[in-house]
Design a binder for this molecule. Sequence first.
Ligand code: DX5
Ligand code: ZN
Length: 215
Amino acid sequence: MLIAPSLLSCDFSRFGEEIRRMDEAGADYMHLDVMDGHFVPNITFGAPVIKYVRKFSDKVFDVHLMISEPLKYIDDFCDAGADLITFHIESDSDPLETIKKIKARGVKAGLVIKPKTPAESVFPYLDKIDMVLVMTVEPGFGGQSFMADMLPKVRALREEIKKRNLDVLIEADGGIGVQNIADCAEAGVDVAVAGTAVFKAENPKEAIMQLKQLG
Ligand code: DX5
Ligand code: ZN
């Protein structure tokens, strides 16, 4: 299981140092939550900020776009140094066009599904993407409770990916910690996002190690 700390829970006055700290603590991906106050009821940061903090780590910059019209901003996030861009299938950009745009820039592309969106909605795109991100909370805020009833969706995706012999990672995001990471792994999650569980831990390095052991 790969661990992707969500920087949403970090001290933003020291954003760069927080990324370095996660790098040294053994994070596999840096999960960067971009929110626009329109697609979700919260605002975080955009491409210019990611560009500034890019130099603090060589780990995978996993950019989770919770924005309207993601297609318009793909170039900005690629220029900022994203390695992987995931965007919501519920957003108003054409999924195929958006995937194409990301891939044309040599960046990995993924689709995100909110809790009410079925797994099957991404099936038509599975052969064109590198990742499916399954939300295990409603997107917008850190610190919410894990929705265990999302795990059947993970299982359905895992089965479909296996059946079609595809190379697509499954990421899960929201409320993940020591109490549920083993269930995530068992269902077929490859990458677990963890905000609160890592940043509110006394020792983030130990927290990441423990999540990896259990996952
Ligand atoms: C929620 C974000 C998540 C969130 C995870 O909209 O996409 O990445 O920060 O934080 P925790 O682990 O605290 O739920
Ligand atoms: Zn996220």
